[in-house]
Ligand binder design. Sequence first.
Ligand SMILES: [Zn+2]
Length: 284
Amino acid sequence: MAPTKNRTLQILNAAAAGKYGVLAAIAYNVEQLTGLVRAAESRRSPLIIQLFPSTLKQLPTLAYAAAQAVKSATVPISLHIDHAQDEDHIREIMKTLPVDSIMVDMSHYDEKENLEKTRVLAKECHERGIAVEAESGRINGGEEGIADTGDLEALFTTEEDVESFISASIDILAPSIGNLHGDYPPSGPSLHYDRLESINAQVNNRVHIALHGTNDFSEETLQRCIRSGAIKLNVNKLLLEPWNVLMREKSGELPLVRLIDEGMDVLQKETEKWMDVCGSSGKA
Ligand SMILES: [Zn+2]
């Protein structure tokens, strides 16, 4: 990978060279943001903080808090906007917010339109020094913050998709290999590792590979994805579930300030555990 000033790409270049994975973790509020950053500091691990476009609208100052965390951290952290699906909003984000990278998600359009829109938006992002992720094929399902693609047909990423998206000048590719947004069926995820491996061989370091849809993953599953070439691991409920459980169980019981403290503590602990699983602990 070529040297870059972009924080997200610096983090991923180092991970690719060192053969470990990096958590790209969703935060919905400032406590979660703080818990994630504390984990990165305590584990000396790189981290990508992700905000959904819906969160930017709900909490307009959160992106600035995240950008400040990126700036003041003593480990490499970057700010990424996940699943930006609205072209006008993407343009507003790139012009007004201090973000390092954006997932330009046009996967709800047909392939040709998806590619064309991605190409145009990628050029505009690059002019501002912002790196771009895109989804090839279609990853089905929905989670809090992402439109549900439930009635669209899941499409696995093909060799042709990979070349088309690389030619659209993206930096990070999110392939569809049997991964799903939201929860997996009780039988658990059934991922096509062989497809991920062949995509990785085909990509050959021209772009980085992001894995979406990690709810319910075991440690082994996450590590197998990293070994197969995915180095940006998008995580949401995988880290946040202990926080959710605490809120459900203790919110009527603890004073607010204690609840906030305990919430940040459980999220920090869970994040530290998954940084160890990814192999990113001690790499910053
Ligand atoms: Zn996703």
